[in-house]
Design a protein around this ligand. Sequence first.
Ligand code: AMP
Length: 290
Amino acid sequence: MEVIHTTAWMKQIARDARAKDRVLGLVPTMGALHEGHLSLVREAQKKCSPVVVSIFVNPKQFGPSEDFNKYPRTMDADRAALENLRVEYLFAPPPEEIYPHGFRTAVIVDGLGDRLEGRSRPGHFRGVTTVVLKLFEIVQPRLAFFGRKDAQQARIIRQMTSDLNLDTEIEICPIVREPDGLAFSSRNRYLSNTERRAATALYRALGSLRSEVIAGERDSARLVASMRRVMDAEPGVAIDYAEIVDADTFEPVMSLRKTCYALVAARIGSTRLIDNALIEQSGESFCVTL
Ligand code: AMP
C-alpha cells in the first residue's frame, strides 16, 4: 500500500489511474478504523480498482466544545488493517495540506442539515461537505462509499453531488454492528465498561420501534415514545433526539410512509452516539432495517 501525504501526489496518482480507464473508488474516513469502515472498503473493492481510503480528522466538522483534540488517532493500526485488505492507496494528508493558510471557502447545502445532527452540532455539515468536496476534487473517484450510520450526512452528500454535477456516484452501505447490536463507531472506545453496556440502549430503542411497526403501529408520536421509553429506562443515557423523518427531506412525518428513518442520538457520559433504522414500505407493510 502506498501512503500519500500531499494533494499534489494524490492528484497525480488519481489522474494516472483515470488515464488507464481504471475505476477509482474512494472511502473517506477519519481513521480509528473499525469493522464499519472496513465494510465500506470491502464494498469498494467489489466495484472499484484502485481503492483510495482517506484518513483525515477534519477540524472543520468539530464544534469548539467537541472532541477534535482527543479524537482517537491510531495510524499504525489503521495502516496495518488496510494493508491486510490489500488496499492500494491510503491518502493521509496533514491539516495544512487540506486547509492551507488563508483558506476561506465553504460548501453549504441548504435545508437538509438544519435539523437533527445539524441542530445539535452547528457548523458540522458545512465542515463535512467542504472536506468531502475537496476530497472528491483531489481524487475524482467514479464511486465514493459512505455508511448509512450517518444517514443525514449521506443524504446531504448525495444532494451536493447532484447539485454540483459531480461525476462521483455515492454508494450508501449498511450499518455494521457489534454482536450486541451497538453500531461500530470510533467514539465507542471512549466508553467505560458501564457506559458500554448502557450504550446498547440506542439499538434496543430501534429494536423496540421495529417490534411496534411489525405489530402494526404507524403513528410517529407513539413510535418515538416507545424509543424514548427504552432510552429513558437506561441510567446514564441522556437523549439528544429521537425522531422519525422522511428519508428524502429529513422533515418529521406524522405517520410512516414510503421511506423514512428513525434516528436517535444520545449522550452516554461525555460520549455522544448516533444510530438509526431504515423504514421502507413494501405493499401494505413496512420493513425496518437496523
Ligand atoms: P468516520 O470515520 O466516522 O467519519 O466514518 C467514515 C465513514 O464510515 C462514514 O461514511 C460513516 O458513515 C461510515 N461508518 C461509520 N461507522 C459505521 C458503521 N458502524 N457501519 C457502517 N458504516 C460506518
